[in-house]
Design a binder for this molecule. Structure first.
Ligand code: PRP
Ligand code: URA
Length: 212
């Protein structure tokens, strides 16, 4: 698995405000979207393209366009929804599928409560969005789900990642065939005893949408 940290100063600037506990929900939502747009630049570096001939007002030239099938973007509900708009702004022709996953806050095990994805992902390039990679349980389950349906290559995009979650992904996904890339805004220090990322930003879903 390839791990890319997008340590651009604008990303770090926006992450700092996102982490700040004084940041209110509307600002948090705006920052999460903006951060996704900036991370999309790194995450789509290997998006599939093909040559495309056009006429400029001056001459014929060969450019490029996105290949078919178009990429599939999969936000993991709830918190991944906060990144969706920022991604589809950059990839307006992408299709969107949804996976609902919830981590049990005691056992830290993830369960899947919703799935609205194409059954057949053969040959699809997939981008999975979730702001937080903590233990890695949710992301590993999501990626296994996509691999079982035939996804060709998968890029996970997170705002923050814990070293423990990255190690878990590396260990659990070592045997999967499609190439896996993780693009993250930051690799934080560690997980605390409750499975929260330190320094982190708290509960991303709650900060985006309120406590449930
Ligand atoms: C959060 C987060 C990830 C998961 C990360 O979601 O958005 O999906 O926890 O933790 P893990 O790496 O240890 O699995 P949560 O389950 O709190 O649901 P929510 O998005 O609905 O708030
Ligand atoms: N989920 C979150 O929203 N935050 C964390 O720090 C860990 C899991």
């Amino acid at each position: 698995m390839r791990v890319l940290t997008a340590d651009h100063p604008l990303i770090q600037h926006k992450l700092t405000y996102l982490r700040d506990k004084r940041t209110d929900s509307p600002t948090f939502r705006r920052l999460a979207e903006e951060l996704m747009t900036l991370l999309a630049y790194e995450a789509t570096r290997e998006v599939r393209i093909e040559p495309f001939e056009i006429d400029t007002p001056v001459a014929r030239t060969t450019g490029i366009k996105l290949s078919n099938p178009k990429p599939l973007v999969v936000p993991i509900l709830r918190a991944g929804l906060g990144m969706l708009e920022g991604m589809v702004r950059m990839l307006p022709s992408a299709e969107v599928g949804f996976l609902g996953m919830q981590r049990n806050e005691v056992t830290l095990e993830a369960t899947t409560y919703a799935n609205r994805l194409p059954d057949d992902l053969t040959n699809r390039q997939v981008f999975v969005l979730d702001p937080m990679l903590a233990t890695g349980g949710s992301m590993v389950d999501a990626i296994r789900f996509l691999v079982e349906r035939g996804a060709k290559d998968i890029t996970a995009v997170t705002l923050l990642a814990a070293p423990e979650g990255i190690a878990f992904m590396q260990e659990q996904l070592a045997d999967v065939a499609p190439p896996i890339t993780l693009v993250t805004g930051s690799i934080d220090e560690r997980l605390n005893e409750h499975g929260y990322i330190v320094p982190g930003l708290g509960d991303a879903g709650d900060r985006l949408y309120g406590v449930v």
